[in-house]
Design a protein around this ligand. Structure first.
Ligand code: ATR
Length: 277
């Protein structure tokens, strides 16, 4: 199976390592190649991928929307999210999927199944591309509320339309409002780029008012222990690290390409050992 990743910059991507483990685990012969492409050459490179007849590939920043006009079909959820991170070649056609948000929710569910009992209040910090996928995936689950907070409130308000359920209530807030009302939430998910290396001293909001038994999750995984997670832990919350989102979106992509279910426990453990600071 010939697989790959297109994006820019992707020189330090961990995806080749993860997919190589999945190929070995499933005894599938294959390769996972990096296609680092500058924006001005992206159309030519995508056409080139068609000629190369890859079986599938991942798409990352900044091409998750750029890829859409080149596809033959778009999965229903990817269409709603408006972004594609996985392309599958089936009967010569390219089909686009988005496994980012569902990957994140799968990660969370595997560690904290009780969060999904229908009574919990969730707050998502950020309203960019990553937040979009995660918010959409959360709205397919059972929660009492899934609120959004963002520096630019209008962007959070726009995202609210992705919640098409009657059961889950959603509101958009400023960071100041979120900070003030933090104790109402059972799960807080940080999806902005704030706190990512090299800006490790930054933190999007204070965790001072976090509830003691809340779970605080940060999708930033470099560093492994972000300042926000450190703060949340000091205030008694349980913390969930961001690398699992990367891992599970990769697992779901691989399963779409191969049609096989990967046994991930051992690979995930090796992955954590590999990336831990
Ligand atoms: P991604 O695809 O990684 O989500 P993005 O679409 O550029 O990236 O979104 C970045 C998110 O991080 C947004 O929510 C952005 O807030 P704005 O919508 O107000 O721009 C947020 N963000 C980035 N830098 C920030 C900062 N310094 N303070 C607060 N929020 C920030």
């Amino acid at each position: 199976m010939r697989l790959g990743l297109i994006g820019h910059p992707i020189g330090h991507s961990l995806s080749p390592w993860i997919h190589q483990q999945f190929l070995t685990e499933t005894s599938i012969k294959g390769t996972y190649q990096l296609f680092e492409v500058a924006e001005k050459f992206v159309s030519e490179q995508i056409e080139q991928l068609k000629i190369m007849k890859l079986d599938g590939f991942n798409v990352t920043v900044p091409y998750k929307q750029t890829i859409i006009p080149f596809l033959d079909e778009l999965d229903f959820h990817a269409k709603q999210i408006g972004a594609v991170n996985t392309v599958v070649r089936k009967d010569g056609k390219w089909i686009g999927y988005n496994t980012d948000g569902v990957g994140y929710v799968t990660a969370l569910k595997s560690s904290y199944p009780d969060l999904f009992n229908g009574h919990k209040h969730v707050l998502v910090l950020g309203a960019g591309g990553a937040s979009r996928g995660i918010f959409h995936a959360l709205c397919q689950e059972k929660f009492e509320t899934v609120d959004l907070a963002n520096r630019t409130i209008a962007k959070a308000t726009n995202l609210l339309t992705l919640n098409q359920t009657e059961q889950i209530k959603s509101c958009a807030y400023s960071f100041a409002q979120a900070e003030e009302n933090l104790m109402h939430y059972d799960l807080i998910i940080q999806t902005t780029t704030v706190g990512m290396k090299p800006n490790v001293d930054e933190q999007v909001i204070s965790m001072q008012r976090v509830k003691k038994d809340a779970i605080v999750s940060d999708i930033v995984y470099q560093p492994f222990m972000t300042r926000l997670l450190h703060d949340a832990k000091e205030h008694g919350a349980t913390i969930h690290h961001g690398h699992e989102m990367l891992f599970y979106q990769a697992k779901l992509s691989f399963e779409l390409w191969s049609g096989q279910v990967v046994e991930e426990k051992k690979i995930l453990k090796d992955f954590i050992d590999k990336i831990i600071d």
